[in-house]
Design a protein around this ligand. Structure first.
Ligand code: GDP
Length: 444
């Protein structure tokens, strides 16, 4: 997600951070580069323009330029402006009403509407224990209703029985009645899509909306279509009262333009992001986390949440403290390796830690699997406590001893040391950025 934008902005910020003092001209130059990066990411022009105006004003207007860490302050301003643009908080579904709450999904054909209907139904029936009924109103696409029925079986959610030949408004009426009579908490309506926005589609949607009076009308858009997604959103939001947006295929979206423009263009929050074809591949959209990810500050909140699930609390605190101090020895590496085995892979973890992209690449190229993790553990076990605390003690002779002790080669030991070195550098970088706590404060 957002990789290319993230790289571009990372370059701009590295140049900023590299200088001690900043002049107004430096900030303006950097902001021009930010604007280019946003446009390359396919952010809508007016959105990019207003973004840069706001961020520039904030950066020049405050005492930023005279502060001790002007580069860092500018990054924070860009971060805050991003959060502002994406919407300040995670927007929940408004379904706490007298049941049944009606959630209507609208969008173009192929945007992922039917899949998203099933994903949301699964989410609501599983985690939130709601009794959910799904109904497809798509009478245009052959087998659309059957597709939803199949997905319903997969996620174990009820679907409205199909009555051949029935029209959308009548299906909506029947679905509503069934939901009321059978005590469903939530009714999800998957409406018909079209290849393009046209009046017939809009009229049908309005007619259904009048009957069903949805609590949520979610527009489903394919994030990969960039500017087109923005145009589609504009047309829909002019015609139906949307309550939110679901962006699909975020798993393949390296540019992020649709995600970044959507709120500004529709005035409605992105509520969920589809992140894969599987039926559990959907996530609530967290603007702060996304902004953090885009700025290469890592998805620290997600990291901490996931880590908390698998590490003992005191362990987590100890590691966080050491990370904050920029310390990272072989014992920490070993603790990390053990967690990784529990947390399901190093790649995912490393991607979430600021500045860890390089280390992540190094590990990916070494294809870290269970066996390699165990071998690394054996090498660390073969070190003396002193060597573990100060890996630089490991000269040629000591390396041979460690290799022998762990049934590996000196080359393996060197690889381990290199990996430790890279992670340690990443930790120091993290410290420079104000440590984990500072980062958390920044992410809000
Ligand atoms: P509809 O015509 O709008 O109902 O679209 P569908 O729900 O049938 O989805 C079209 C295709 O997109 C299907 O193959 C889905 O598996 C796929 N799809 C939907 N959402 C996502 C997503 O978030 N990520 C990925 N990679 N594929 C998705």
């Amino acid at each position: 997600m957002f990789d290319s934008l993230s790289d571009r902005l990372g370059g701009v910020f590295d140049r900023l951070r590299g200088r001690g003092a900043l002049t107004e001209a430096d900030v303006r130059t950097a902001m021009r580069e930010v604007r280019v990066a946003l446009l390359e990411a396919d952010v809508a022009l007016p959105v990019a323009r207003s973004f840069v105006d706001k961020a520039t004003e904030a950066a020049i207007g405050q005492d930023v330029l005279r502060s001790v860490t002007p580069g860092q302050q500018v990054v924070k301003i860009v971060h805050d402006t991003l959060v502002d643009m994406l919407g300040p908080d995670t927007a929940e579904l408004d379904i706490a009403v007298t049941p049944p709450a009606v959630v209507m999904l609208v969008g173009l054909q192929g945007s992922g509407k039917t899949t998203t209907t099933a994903k949301l139904a699964k989410l609501l029936s599983g985690r939130e224990r709601k009794k959910v009924l799904m109904a497809s109103l798509d009478v245009n696409r052959p087998a659309a209703q059957e597709q939803l029925a199949v997905l319903g079986q997969q996620v174990e959610v009820a679907t409205l029985p199909i009555v051949a030949g029935q029209q959308p408004v009548d299906i909506a009426r029947r679905a509503l009645q069934a939901a009321k009579l059978q005590g469903f908490d939530v009714l999800m309506l998957d409406t018909a899509g079209r290849l393009h926005v046209d009046q017939a589609l809009m009229d049908e949607m309005k007619a259904v909306s009048d009957i069903a009076r949805p609590n949520e009308t979610l527009l489903v858009v394919d994030s990969l279509t960039g500017q087109d997604a923005v145009n589609v959103a504009t047309s829909f939001s002019e015609q139906v009262p949307l309550t939110g947006v679901v962006l699909t295929r975020m798993d393949g979206d390296a540019r992020g333009g649709a995600a970044l423009s959507m709120r500004a263009v529709t005035g409605k929050p992105i509520k969920f992001a589809g992140v894969g074809e599987k039926l559990d591949a959907i996530e609530p959209f967290h603007p702060k986390r996304v902004a953090g990810r885009i700025l290469g500050m890592g998805d620290v909140v997600s990291l901490v949440e996931r880590a908390a699930e698998s590490i003992q609390a005191e362990d987590a605190e100890r590691i966080a403290n050491r990370m904050a101090k920029g310390q990272f020895d072989m014992n920490d590496l070993r603790a990390q390796l053990q967690q990784m085995r529990r947390m399901g892979g190093l790649g995912a973890l490393a991607g979430m830690i600021p500045g860890m992209k390089k280390a992540q690449a190094a590990m990916a190229s070494g294809a870290v699997d269970e066996k390699i993790l165990l071998r690394m553990d054996a090498m660390i076990t073969s070190m003396t406590p002193k060597e573990r605390a100060k890996p630089e003690l490991l000269n040629a002779k000591r390396k041979i001893r460690v290799a022998k002790g762990s049934g590996t080669t000196v080359q393996d030991v060197n690889k381990l040391l290199k990996m430790h070195q890279e992670m340690s550098t990443a930790m120091k970088k993290l410290k420079k950025m104000g440590g984990l706590k500072g980062m958390m404060a920044m992410l809000g």
